[in-house]
Write a protein that binds this ligand. Structure first.
Ligand SMILES: Cc1cc2nc3c(=O)[nH]c(=O)nc-3n(C[C@H](O)[C@H](O)[C@H](O)COP(=O)(O)O)c2cc1C
Length: 337
């Protein structure tokens, strides 16, 4: 490839920006080797969940959060421990095996929302060879007594606690649902986050109306999920002093180009690799590189952020002005199928 696709993530130099995101692919050494063979420059492990490490502590918190009448009721909201494929010790073991089997950096993933002893696992992950830690703070706040500021403060304190416990870089995988994402993102960077990963996918339960049940289903992401990530990456790029990664809805080389133009340093992909196999890394890279050559972009560095809010030609399209224009300019023809 004639174009320079090099980038970096969490201070680690990478030959290109396509990173396999957290997923079961890291559970299987052969699958992980195939990713490396296909050109993955770094691997993010599936998560070690807070619930795995401190079920009891969490139960107390859930009981408090939900004002539950009984412990039994509260714990019924917890995931079934049998759901986790690896316990904490096996997770460390798997990290060690990945480190020995692969030559690329391995990022461990901690997934949880409260401060507590489970965070000590960060030290163990570092000792087991993790090159960085991705903290996933997927939370569904259901308690009307918790205000937004306290939810944000807890995450900031989690990041501070992690940076105190380890010397490896920390990235934070976020949801988009914060009232002032730019403020929050900057606080996280100031607390020590080397990178922010935008965004968690929220797997919403479906209602089965006949059986009166909530149903879970995990579908691959769709292309439509990317627009939200592009917008916020474009807004945060020049306003937050840390790296940015996009995860969610990236399916082809053109999506990669858009992500980099918005300002992403790396792009994490999962659905497309699970569905089409590891070689999709190579073909997506080729698609992006060919497009860049045609358009005469010599490097990723030159292209990165060229469509951020600070640098794009019509920044109002990122803001409320866009919404007003869209609503007032509505045309019935657009909605006829
Ligand atoms: C089967 C599956 C397992 C996943 N496991 C994790 C996980 O353990 N930790 C995590 O942070 N994200 C996990 N994710 C989310 C992915 O890392 C990624 O952010 C999301 O799927 C969006 O990327 P995509 O559109 O390329 O699929 C998982 C996704 C899938 C589909």
């Amino acid at each position: 490839m004639k174009v320079d696709l090099s980038t970096s993530w969490m201070g680690i130099p990478l030959p290109h920006p396509i990173v396999p995101g957290a997923s079961p692919m890291s559970l299987d050494l052969d699958a992980a080797r195939r990713l490396e063979d296909a050109g993955a420059p770094l691997l993010i492990m599936h998560s070690l969940f807070e619930e795995q490490v401190v079920g009891e502590e969490l139960a107390t918190r859930v009981a408090y959060d939900l004002h539950a009448e009984s412990y039994a009721e509260a714990t019924s909201y917890l995931p079934d421990p049998d759901l986790f494929s690896l316990g904490p010790d096996e997770y460390l073991e798997q990290l060690g095996k990945l480190k020995r089997a692969l030559n690329i950096p391995i990022i461990a993933s901690l997934n949880g929302v409260t401060q507590g002893g489970w965070l000590d696992y960060a030290m163990l992950l570092e000792q087991a060879g993790a090159d960085g830690i991705e903290l996933n703070v997927y939370d569904v706040v259901m308690n009307p007594d918790r205000d937004g500021r306290s939810v944000e403060r807890e995450v900031i304190e989690l990041v501070q606690a992690l940076t105190i416990r380890t010397d490896v870089p920390i990235a934070v995988k976020l949801s988009p649902f914060y009232s002032s994402l730019p403020w929050f993102a900057r606080q996280l960077a100031q607390a020590g986050a080397a990178g922010l990963v935008l965004f968690n996918r929220f797997f919403e339960p479906e209602i089965d109306p006949e059986n009166l049940e909530l149903q879970r289903h995990l579908a691959p992401s769709s292309h439509g999920e990317l627009a939200l990530r592009l917008r916020w990456t474009g807004i945060l790029r020049d306003r937050v002093p840390c790296g940015l990664a996009i995860t969610g809805g990236v399916r082809n080389g053109r999506d990669l180009v858009k992500s980099i133009m918005a300002g992403a340093d790396t792009v994490q992909v999962v659905s497309v690799l699970l569905g089409q196999g590891p070689d999709r890394i190579t073909s997506m890279l080729m698609e992006m590189a060919e497009w860049m050559e045609e358009q005469e972009y010599p490097s990723l560095r030159v292209m990165r952020g060229c469509m951020s809010i600070e640098r794009c030609p019509k920044p109002a399209a990122y803001s409320r002005a866009n919404y007003v224009k869209m609503i007032t300019g509505w045309d019935a023809g657009l909605f006829r199928s």
